[in-house]
Ligand binder design. Structure first.
Ligand code: FRU
Length: 442
């Protein structure tokens, strides 16, 4: 199988959720759920990669490994500038869930690194937060300057709710409030993320709360609400909305800083999900990350919506657009390209490989649909659809193994894996497309 051309995937073995996204001294760190021993989920540990530009990555050795029948589940990382936790100024602190391999107990732990994330020492006083529960996981931690404390958002997965905790030192945690289910569809909450975002074109900010719902929620399961956060309580101002209408954009979390000139942080998601991943053919490695996406909010009438824009450094991997009028006859298309649908009104195209796998992408009456047809792995057959805010420009980031559709100037996203094989795919359709190919250095 071909590896992704411009998405991160490990050299070998299973990858899932991004973990511990943190920036230090010019390096973007990406830890992630990783099985060092195979392509199945298991022996969960934190794999590690670093980037200087958010576009190209270097894989490093496993950072936190399973030990004493305790796996290292998802979590976050912070730079403890003041040394509040006692591991020295600017120590990198990972906050993760310790998960007993018998599934009976999950608790929150910390580990510290003073060598730029290369090696971590687990805190001797772990766990730092324990409710004696089987499903209590995925701590998302950040420094909240106005209330001068660390904040942790963590889920009681089986109860479909999140708790907010505060701490002066990342060790002693006090419960502050609850983020309730409040009508959210589906079951089993995972990977919460709370972040302050700029409202486009204003100097206002609001807070985004995102959670992933394992089953029964629309799209990829990533749901969000926007509201206010005062250092103790998240007060939503919108209904639940869907972050990605594809099947496979899960467990996204962000680097909350540094931000760009518009105040936007970046997040990244796992292009997979637990229902589908195990059916994918073995190819030496299993799982890839989405492209990093810059986050902001847009006022849409009375409502606020999340806007996701592909990280500019990834766009810079591609050359100038070449106009292409789609037609009935199949023509070859490189397996890695940025496709921009530039015409107004309806269009459609099909990408196919020699084995009969297909992706149908179509815009009709304001609804964008992607149908994935895979006769070799029929568990992948799926139709995903989303209403789009504007047909002005639809970006389709095509890579070996994945397709990310970004429409409505970032307000509408749809991410899917695919298994189309070969150096080139066959393309036919109707409409106007501009194609950008990766530049040589990519
Ligand atoms: C989400 C998740 C998390 C958990 C991790 C285990 O994909 O189930 O809730 O921490 O994966 O790998």
């Amino acid at each position: 199988m071909m590896r992704p051309h411009y998405h991160y995937a490990p050299a070998a073995n299973w990858l899932s959720d991004p973990n511990g996204l943190v920036w230090q001294d010019g390096e973007w760190h990406m830890f992630y759920q990783y099985n060092p021993f195979g392509e199945e989920w298991g022996h969960m540990s934190w794999g590690h990669a670093v980037s200087r530009d958010l576009a190209t990555w270097q894989e490093l050795p496993v950072a936190l490994a399973e030990e004493d029948n305790t796996m290292i589940f998802s979590g976050s990382a912070v730079i403890d500038h003041a040394g509040s936790a006692g591991f020295g100024k600017a120590a990198m602190i990972a906050v993760y869930t310790g998960a007993r391999t018998d599934r009976a107990h999950q608790f929150q732990c910390i580990a510290a690194s003073t060598d730029r994330g290369r090696t971590f020492t687990k805190f001797a006083g772990n766990p730092v937060l324990d409710r004696a529960m089987a499903d209590f996981r995925d701590p998302s931690v950040f420094w909240h300057e106005p209330s001068r404390q660390w904040i942790m958002v963590v889920v009681l997965s089986d109860e479909n709710r999140a708790l907010v905790y505060g701490s002066p030192d990342l060790k002693a945690w006090r419960e502050l409030s609850e983020i309730a289910r409040d009508g959210a569809p589906g079951h089993l909450w995972e990977c919460p993320f709370l972040v302050e975002l700029p409202v486009e074109g204003t100097d206002e900010t609001r807070w985004l709360f995102k959670v992933d719902v394992l089953s029964g929620a629309p799209g990829s399961g990533a749901l969000y609400r926007i509201g206010r956060f005062d250092g103790a309580r998240f007060v939503p101002e919108t209904a639940w909305q869907v972050a990605d209408y594809g099947d496979e954009f899960y467990a996204a979390i962000g680097w909350t800083d540094p931000r760009d000139s518009m105040g936007r942080p970046t997040w990244i998601g796992w292009m997979g999900n637990h229902a589908v991943q195990k059916h994918l053919p073995k190819q030496g490695w299993r799982g890839a990350m989405s492209l990093p996406r810059r986050l902001s909010l847009r006022r849409d009438g009375a409502a606020l919506k999340l806007v996701q824009a592909v990280e500019p450094a990834c766009r810079a991997l591609f050359g100038q657009p070449e106009a292409m009028a789609l037609s009935d006859g199949f023509r070859p298309l490189a397996r890695a390209a940025l496709l921009e649908m530039t015409g107004q009104g309806d269009w459609q195209f099909t990408l196919a490989d020699d084995a009969g796998r297909k992706l149908h992408v179509a815009l009709a009456a304001g609804v964008l649909q992607v149908e994935r047809i895979d006769p070799i792995t029929p568990q992948l057959n799926r139709k995903s659809a989303m209403a789009i805010a504007s047909d002005a420009l639809v970006e389709i980031w095509l890579d070996s193994g994945s397709i990310e559709v970004i429409a409505g100037q970032g307000a509408n996203c749809l991410t899917l894996q695919h298994r189309l094989a070969g150096e080139a795919f066959s393309l036919r359709g109707t409409g106007q497309m501009a194609v950008r190919y990766p530049v040589a250095s990519a």
